[in-house]
Design a protein around this ligand. Structure first.
Ligand SMILES: [Zn+2]
Length: 268
């Protein structure tokens, strides 16, 4: 705390030199409009800056609380919670999908208003879930509510929700973006497929976007003749921009890297 020194009538701050007091004309209620001079405190630059920094800190903490809260509600896996664009290992094979993911987040208000989702399809281990998790977390950092789950988990959860599917779906549809990971991994019973369709259709009718990831090929989805699956895929194609993930799976890439380094050690 700086000390004030009195210069003439009002005190000045020793640090910034600005006034810490100003004089006002205070009415003395004498019936004649008389006033007397009074000194009141005013903020010097140091004090204004301290207050602004404190306000910024409080706003930042409030924002972090909201982000934590969104992440709690997002159902996102613990292992996916810290996936961000900054943790993404960009290489030749995923540079294109990385660019798409970044532009989706940058343009999210427009994507949202146009109910525009995406379908990430391609081989196992090509980064579909990782990319979807990065989008989820980047959007939550911008305070958009996102839910990321899978039909396998949703179908389990719904069984414990008093059979009130409507309430459950309303909860899902409150999220501005719904991400369903690993479409096609759920059981293919009539009951499960009915629920899957209901969830997708309810999302469609809510007018909000969804992102799906799947190991199914475009051919498997487009040429499917089973009507129970057909109507699911038709809805998805209607809502989603298809994005193909290709390249070596991370597991294969790791194995190839290990082979190369072992070869060097063992064969010299
Ligand atoms: Zn000052």
């Amino acid at each position: 705390m700086e000390t004030n020194e009195v210069v003439g009538e009002v005190s000045l701050c020793k640090v910034c030199g600005e006034r810490t007091e100003r004089e006002i004309d205070f009415p003395i209620m004498d019936g004649k409009g008389g006033t007397r001079k009074m000194k009141v405190h005013c903020m010097c630059r140091c004090e204004r800056e301290r207050k602004e920094a404190e306000d910024r800190r409080l706003a930042y903490e409030e924002e972090q609380r909201q982000i934590d809260n969104l992440k709690q509600l997002s159902l996102i896996d613990a292992k996916s919670r810290n996936v961000r664009f900054s943790t993404y290992q960009v290489n030749e094979e995923n540079a294109k999908v990385f660019g798409i993911a970044k532009r989706y987040v940058e343009n999210f208000p427009e994507m949202y208003s146009q109910n525009q989702g995406m379908l990430f399809w391609g081989d196992v281990g090509t980064g579909k879930s990782y990319t979807a998790a990065a989008i989820a977390n980047e959007l939550m950092e911008r305070l958009h509510p996102v839910i990321m789950t899978s039909f396998v988990k949703l179908l389990q959860d719904m069984q414990g929700f008093d059979n009130d599917d409507g309430a459950y779906m309303n909860r899902l549809n409150r999220a501005k973006l719904l991400i369903i990971d690993d479409l096609g991994a759920e059981r293919g019973t009539d009951f499960a497929l009915e629920k899957v369709y209901d969830i997708i259709d309810s999302r469609y009718r809510s007018g909000k976007p969804a992102i799906f990831t799947t190991n199914l090929t475009m051919g498997q989805m487009k040429e499917c003749t089973d009507i129970r699956y057909n109507r699911i895929y038709d809805r998805i194609f209607e809502m989603c921009y298809p994005v193909k993930f290709s390249g070596l799976s991370w597991r294969k890439r790791e194995a190839a890297g290990r082979y190369a380094s072992m070869k060097k050690i063992l064969e010299g």
